[in-house]
Design a protein around this ligand. Structure first.
Ligand code: GLC
Length: 532
């Protein structure tokens, strides 16, 4: 495979830098902390890490409110620390992408401060100002828990400004060519430092147009194509990963003709994995995969089970959302905006086989998977913490005081109870061959050996048993047959005649002819390679 297409079969790992590892005892995670843990990440087997925002920020949105695009918040380290981290990561065969927040800045950003201060400021047009708060009425509100309008009144400017997220995050005005240029310069700055690409935050909302819902507009695609061309021309092999929480048919244009995003998150498949596990039926996953249009050959989906935000339920029907809340958010504190602010392990009742099965789906469905830090050991959440911080608690390295996360006093609280670091931590799991960590490591190792998992091919096999998701993944002459028992009971099935062949079990290593009735234990999964 062309080495510039490395992302097509890569395993990603998402890191909240603030929460991963503190190297200097100030209680906050930092870049040198990640440097210390590269061996760990290499052992797990991931190919690329995604760093959440490290820019200076008032932290009203945990760093997604940027006050300076050209600096690193001192608490995380320096530009030299980042360079060293990139260099060492590359020596570990790990790439690094970071967040690029195009849509908005913090209200503390000097651009906004100047913009609000006078109508004559050269920065006035960097943001979207209006005398009326009646424009763009068809744009929905995203942070429904806290915001009542996408307009906020600014006393200083004596006008309203437009914001799609918190009111402390004014939207940049992409109709201004200077803003477009600025953001290319920002990208250039980090690419010159050696970063391997960007997870581009909240891209559907760059432009506003009356009479539309102000999402996915043609102007937005045109600008993103410019950004991609700039990267391809100057930094081949670096990538753009699209965060567009949209239906598959609406994400599809973000791939363009292979000239816009290299990758895009597949948001709608995620809640359907949780639906399938509760309903013990694969139909919702199958339907959304069949609704997913083909993408250009040089593009890839990015799949995930959890991330730093709430488990979003925007891409389900209102009835499904209500049902998901009933099933997975029994305590009202678990709800957040249109989602659920919980971690993978507690969502799945800390049931080891269910957690593994969910990961088996993640690793075998089309797309490159992302693991959210801590989910490889089954960390829990802390619902006492506000907003989405409940799922961004310090990484649990060992059972020493402060979890091996810091030698000082942490600025964030740990998970409490049965999923706390006393019971769930990296050190004990690395030593235990039967741990979740070691199962994850095995799955990643197997996945990385087979290009079939990075291919776009997927064929559902009908066995007449709706509790077992069975599908073929294929690349050239490498054919995988995957079986996932979504139910808590033993399931039997018979493969259709044309698949009754000899297969190698990719975990056990032995081969069998599957021509008889097959039995799967509760939540069992089988990854089989057809013998050539
Ligand atoms: C994205 C991020 C989220 C952030 C929002 C605004 O959705 O994932 O954490 O709050 O953008 O930047």
């Amino acid at each position: 495979m062309n080495k510039n297409l490395w992302y097509k079969n890569a395993v990603f790992y998402q890191i909240s830098v603030r929460s991963f590892k503190d190297s200097n005892g100030d209680g906050r995670g930092d870049l040198r902390g990640i440097l210390e843990k590269l061996d760990y990440l290499q052992t797990l087997g991931v190919n690329c890490i995604w760093l959440m925002p490290i820019y200076p920020s008032p932290l009203n949105d945990d760093g997604y409110d940027i006050a300076d695009y050209y600096k690193i918040d001192e608490a995380y380290g320096s530009l030299d620390d980042l360079k060293e981290l990139i260099k060492s990561a590359h020596e570990h065969n790990i790439r690094i992408v970071m967040d690029l927040v195009l849509n908005h800045t913090s209200d503390a950003h000097p651009w906004f401060q100047q913009s609000r201060s006078s109508k004559d400021s050269p920065y006035r047009d960097y943001y979207v100002w209006s005398d009326s708060n009646e424009k763009y009425k068809d744009a929905r509100i995203i942070f429904v828990d806290t915001e009542t309008s996408n307009w906020a009144w600014d006393e200083k400017a004596k006008q309203y400004y437009w914001h799609r997220f918190y009111s402390s995050q004014p939207d940049l005005n992409f109709d201004n060519p200077k803003v477009q240029e600025e953001m290319l310069s920002v990208a250039r700055f980090w690419l010159d430092l050696g970063i391997d690409g960007f997870r581009a935050d909240a891209v559907p909302y760059l432009f506003e147009r009356e009479g539309t819902n102000c999402e996915n507009l043609p102007e937005t695609h045109a600008y993103l194509k410019k950004l991609r061309k700039f990267i391809d021309d100057n930094y081949p092999g670096r990538i753009l990963l699209c965060e567009a929480n949209q239906w598959p048919e609406d994400v599809r244009p973000y791939f363009g003709d292979g000239d816009e995003f290299n990758m895009g998150f597949h948001f709608p498949v995620m809640p359907r994995i949780y639906m399938a596990l509760k309903k013990e039926n694969f139909i919702d996953i199958k339907e959304i995969m069949q609704r997913t249009p083909p993408i250009p050959e040089n593009c890839q989906w990015c799949t995930f089970l959890r991330n730093h935000d709430e488990l979003t339920l925007e891409m389900v029907t209102p009835e499904e959302r209500k049902w998901m809340w009933e099933q997975y958010a029994p305590d009202p504190r678990m709800k957040s905006n249109l989602g659920i602010r919980r971690r993978l392990a507690p969502l799945l009742d800390n049931h080891r086989r269910k957690i593994e099965l969910a990961n088996s789906l993640l690793f075998t469905l089309p797309g490159s998977p992302i693991i959210y830090y801590g989910d490889e050991i089954g960390m829990g959440e802390n619902l006492d913490l506000p907003d989405r911080n409940g799922v961004r608690t310090p990484m649990q390295w060992d059972n020493s005081p402060n979890a091996g996360f810091t030698s000082g006093k942490t600025t964030s609280e740990f998970v409490k109870g049965e999923l706390s670091y006393e019971y769930v931590n990296v050190a004990s799991q690395m030593n235990d061959p039967d741990s979740l960590f070691n199962s994850m490591k095995r799955m990643i190792a197997v996945r990385r050996k087979h290009d079939a998992f990075g291919s776009s091919s997927m064929e559902w096999i009908d066995t007449g048993n709706s509790a077992v998701a069975v599908y073929i993944r294929e690349y050239e002459d490498d054919t995988m047959l995957i079986l996932n028992n979504l139910s808590g009971s033993v399931q039997t099935l018979k493969l259709p005649a044309e698949y009754q062949k000899s297969y190698i079990d990719l975990f056990a290593g032995d081969s069998h002819i599957f021509n008889e009735e097959l039995t799967l234990q509760p939540y069992a999964y089988l990854w089989l390679q057809m013998e050539k």
